[in-house]
Write a protein that binds this ligand. Structure first.
Ligand code: FAD
Length: 526
């Protein structure tokens, strides 16, 4: 064993610095270093005949030194390594370069193992190859571990990809580092380059300050629903978001002795449009039932009030005639006077009977109400009419609107009346781009709803009259009794609010309806 190392020593220590070292370090130490090195080392001649092997070689291959001396290195081959690799190996080393790669080796006991092998050519003073030195480690376990990680990753990816929900892993810089097929589909569906960032901004807006708290505590969140309004031909869609944070231990060298980690968010985005449409459909049906009952009552009230109004006019004339005749104090008019009094009496009876028949506006529970929701309901109810008339809605709700105490039914009736009026006005106008802008606002005392349309508007002299009974700006009075705004005003009054037309709005008509905040009108609602 020592002889081959003796033979090699002059070449191996050709370098002047190495020679200097060789003088200071005993030669035996070099021999022992190779002998005891914890990596399998073998030295061969130019034809790969083994001339030397160390202790680690024995341990890794299972062969005793005596078994391999004089044998070819191919004794280690399992014959499973592709020929091209051997070709590359020999091509490299015979060109005096170092080859490094992985071969499939056969242990003496017959099982295969993976050898991470480095072969270096050894040159004489003329630069000619004299020997080869091979160093290899058994990397079977490390390879298995690495493969397991890859398999795990593939498994996780296929599970994620099979999920019917869009899933993404986002790092602390909002960068998507892993996504699934459904997420990729979402990119084109929503026409957004990175839907995850879009949903993150919505979630941060919705969760406000608590976003950082739940992130720091890695609490996770669930069921945050968002509505995405469709543009052009695309329909409105709803999505539900859930998220969980996890810490990943850093794998770089910097973190080897320091437990550095990075926070990631797994965000799942489910398309709940179908369920929401179904719920919306049910909600719409309920609203329609409620509204139709309200409208029936309203219609009856309008008809009876209209009839009473109509009867009242001739009654006033009869009363005036009676007064004139009474003044004349002439007995020849006695029978006429009697007749007039009878007519008057029967008229008053009819009015009083009609008065008794006027149905009460349906009472409904008085609860804290978010006007944004009421307005959304009304928009849902008018959706078909809007589509039919081509009127566009610009909906600008205040994000967190305070509540007011009131009746949902009555408030729905109020806003439906105003929006219906605006649609009527727009559909009879020449406006090419008919639109209604609805916005909600608040200050310290009041909640405001602005309903603006770009229709013909209402002339200054008619603005106070529109709240009077039986007044209408429609040509020939239309088929409506002109009681809509009277009822609207009544509802506003019942909620201690104010309804007005904005005198500064010149593009059409703008109604401003304001209500006191919940705390102030809590116990006072009629
Ligand atoms: P071989 O007939 O031995 O060789 C296959 C091809 O290699 C040939 O067609 C030829 O192109 C090329 N080749 C072979 N010998 C030479 C040569 N002397 N000069 C130029 N080209 C040549 N193999 C292992 O499988 N496991 C090992 O751990 C291993 N360790 C090695 C360590 C050293 C230091 C050296 C020099 C080689 C080592 N080899 C090892 C390669 C080994 O010598 C064989 O080439 C290989 O095992 C293939 O054996 P084979 O009998 O299938 O084909």
């Amino acid at each position: 064993m020592e002889s081959i190392l003796n033979e090699l020593s002059p070449n191996a220590l050709r370098d002047p610095l190495s020679s200097e070292l060789a003088n200071t370090i005993p030669y035996d130490l070099f021999v022992e270093t190779v002998e005891q090195a914890p990596i399998a080392i073998s030295i061969t001649d130019k034809k790969a005949n083994i001339l030397y092997a160390n202790q680690a070689f024995v341990k890794v291959t299972g062969y005793q030194i005596a078994d391999v001396l004089g044998q070819k290195e191919s004794i280690l081959s399992y014959k499973a390594t592709p020929r091209a690799i051997y070709y590359d190996l020999w091509h490299t080393i015979s060109n005096k370069r170092v080859w490094q790669g992985t071969l499939c080796n056969k242990h003496k006991l017959g099982h295969r193992y993976l050898a991470d092998l480095t072969i270096a050519p050894m040159l004489n003073e003329h630069g000619e190859i004299t020997h080869y030195i091979g160093m290899h480690r058994d990397i079977t376990q490390a390879y298995e571990a690495e493969k397991k990680v890859v398999n795990h990753k593939l498994l996780i990816e296929s599970v994620i990809n099979a999920s019917p929900m869009a899933m993404v892993v986002i790092d602390d810089q909002d960068q998507v580092i892993l996504d699934n097929h459904m997420y990729k589909a979402l990119i084109s569906d929503l026409d957004k380059a990175e839907p995850a960032r879009f949903f993150l901004s919505l979630l941060r807006q919705e969760l406000g300050d608590s976003w950082h708290d739940i992130q720091n505590n890695q609490q996770g969140f669930n069921n945050y629903e968002f509505k995405i309004d469709g543009k052009n031909t695309k329909r409105t869609r709803w999505f539900s978001c859930a998220g969980n944070w996890f810490l990943e231990n850093a794998v770089n060298a910097d973190a080897f002795f320091e437990n550095a980690s990075k926070l990631y968010l797994i965000l799942t985005i489910s398309d709940i449009t179908k369920q929401r449409r179904h719920m919306q459909e049910l909600h719409l049906q309920t609203l329609k039932t409620l509204m139709s009952e309200d409208e029936r009552v309203r219609g009856l009230r309008e008809t009876l009030l209209g009839a009473m109004h109509q009867i009242q006019m001739p009654m006033n004339q009869v009363k005036a005639a009676e007064q004139i005749l009474k003044h004349k104090n002439d007995s020849q008019y006695d029978s006429l006077l009697l007749n007039l009094q009878r007519i008057q009496q029967s008229g008053e009876d009819a009015i009083s009977m009609m008065q008794k028949c006027i149905p009460e506006i349906l009472q409904s529970a008085i609860i804290p109400i978010n006007l944004n929701q009421i307005l959304r309901d009304v928009l849902l109810l008018t959706d078909a009419r809007l589509a039919e008339t081509g009127v566009e809605i610009e909906w600008q709700p205040l994000f967190s609107l305070p509540t007011l105490l009131g009746s949902e039914n009555r408030l729905r009736l109020l806003f439906k009346q105003i929006i219906d009026n605006a649609i009527d006005a727009l559909s009879t106008s020449e406006q090419k781009d008919p639109r209604i802008k609805i916005s909600t606002h608040t200050d310290t005392d009041l909640i405001y709803v602005y309903i603006e349309d770009n229709g013909p508007g209402i002339a200054l002299d008619k603005r106070t009259k529109i709240f009077e009974p039986f007044y209408t700006t429609r040509p020939q009075g239309g088929n409506q009794a002109g009681m809509g705004l009277v009822i609207a005003k009544e509802i506003v009054n019942q909620h201690h609010g104010i309804i007005d037309i904005d005198p500064n709005f010149e593009l059409g008509c703008s109604f401003i309806i304001s209500f006191p905040l919940h705390k102030q009108n809590a116990r006072r609602l009629a």
